[in-house]
Design a protein around this ligand. Structure first.
Ligand code: SAM
Length: 231
């Protein structure tokens, strides 16, 4: 059962549900993501391994994470704003072994109550949200004190040459072509700035071998909302 915040006005709710609409990207991602699964499967398994209790996944896409939630998870609320991807996520939820409730909504205004979740999952989504600081403030609001954030994101490259390429792409074509995605965000810095403790993280390249792409520089890890915090 989702503790959603009710909106008194249906029109307002519909506007916020469809606040993210990238139908072409949605079609592209639905196909591309399946082709990438052989490489992504072990990453998804590591991302979600050991989770338990109530989990909220933000920007769940077509639901490719759902198959990797362990049985110790009692419930997943999967937020997805893009209508076509959300429909695919609903199909994936039916096949999942843990209960998954797919819900429309945007990361910057999560439609759930505060401190209701043991963990938040962010998987290739901080690259795409409109406002990273606001998203992480929302993540911090909905996770209980001491709760976890599991993240897998492509991030800013360590070397200057590629960082310049990323910056140029982010200012021009990339977000337009790929559903608002940015390739050069400093995700670890943003998590720290939002008041999370970084528990563990590691850098990885996707794909591991071969040509480095602007999206190749990834980070996989766990952050925690401190037990004693005001927000
Ligand atoms: C690259 S896909 C990743 C999907 C999925 N998390 C996965 O691991 O395959 C990025 C997802 O973020 C979603 N997204 C984009 N902007 C968003 C926002 N403001 N709030 C929530 N989700 C958003 C997109 O609709 C898309 O489903």
């Amino acid at each position: 059962m989702v503790d959603r915040i009710p909106s008194p006005d249906r029109k307002v709710r519909r506007a916020s549900h469809d606040a993210v609409s990238h139908p072409l990207f949605a079609r592209y991602y639905a196909r591309f993501s399946k082709r990438a699964e052989p490489a992504m499967a072990p990453v998804r398994a590591e991302l979600l391994g050991g989770l338990s209790g109530r989990v909220i996944e933000v920007g769940a896409g077509n639901g490719l994470n759902f198959a990797y939630y362990p049985g110790t998870v009692s419930e997943v609320v999967a937020i997805e704003p893009e209508r076509a991807l959300r429909q695919l996520a609903v199909d994936a939820a039916v096949r999942a072994e843990v209960p998954v409730d797919v819900v429309p909504g945007a990361a910057e205004a999560l439609p759930v109550k505060s401190e209701g979740y043991d963990a938040v999952v962010l998987s290739i989504v901080l690259c795409s949200v409109r406002d990273v600081a606001r998203t992480l403030a929302e993540v911090r609001r909905v996770v209980r004190p001491g709760g976890e954030v599991r993240f897998f994101e492509h991030v800013r490259a360590p070397r200057r040459g590629m960082r310049n390429v990323q910056r140029a792409l982010d200012r021009t074509v990339w977000p337009r072509l790929f559903g608002g995605c940015h390739v050069g965000r400093d995700t670890l810095g943003a998590l720290r700035d939002a008041g999370f403790e970084l528990v563990a993280h590691r850098a990885l390249l996707m794909p591991e071998r071969g040509l480095r792409m602007p999206t190749s520089y990834c980070v996989l890890g766990v952050a925690r909302r401190p037990e004693l915090s005001d927000a």
